[in-house]
Design a protein. Structure first.
Length: 157
């Protein structure tokens, strides 16, 4: 079970020389009667090298990201089909799994993928980090604020 409350049946785990570990999991669940939600997850996990954090231009952002991800970035892709008949469930899981293997593994096993994945995760984290930083600054109380304005003079008794 993971943080998203997904109970998974591991289909396969592959480790590539480029440092990427790819995990395939069947997250299918019964919906109603003999109908299933067939869901397959492909997750790429990368242990980030220390020097990659040093390459980030903003040192504050690099430190925050390093703390947030604990040196490991993840990228998940999901494929699903709704209301699959129980008799077809295993065939559909196998079909989705095979499709992932044919398409995703070739790309993820390449030498370029780890750096691109890290770059994309830095960009996404940077946006989230700046938004959270702005939100915390804007929600801080203003020291010059005297409280709500007094409009009582505008109304007659």
């Amino acid at each position: 079970m993971n943080k998203n409350n997904e109970s998974a049946k591991i289909l396969e785990i592959k480790k590539f020389p480029n440092g990427i570990e790819v995990r395939f999991a069947d997250l299918s669940r019964k919906l109603a009667g003999d109908r299933w939600l067939v869901k397959v997850k492909c997750e790429a996990v990368l242990d980030v090298r220390e020097e990659w954090f040093a390459d980030i231009d903003d040192a504050e952002l690099a430190a925050a990201m390093k703390l947030d991800c604990a040196g490991r970035v993840r990228h998940a892709i999901y494929r699903e089909r709704n209301f699959v008949d129980a008799h077809d469930k295993d065939r559909i899981v196998e079909e989705i799994f095979r499709h992932f293997q044919e398409n995703a593994l070739t790309y993820m096993s390449g030498e370029v993928f780890p750096r691109k994945l890290f770059k994309n995760k830095v960009e996404a984290f940077g946006l989230r980090y700046r938004i959270e930083k702005e939100m915390s600054v804007s929600s801080a109380p203003d020291e010059d604020d005297d409280g709500p304005a007094d409009f009582s003079g505008c109304f007659r008794d």
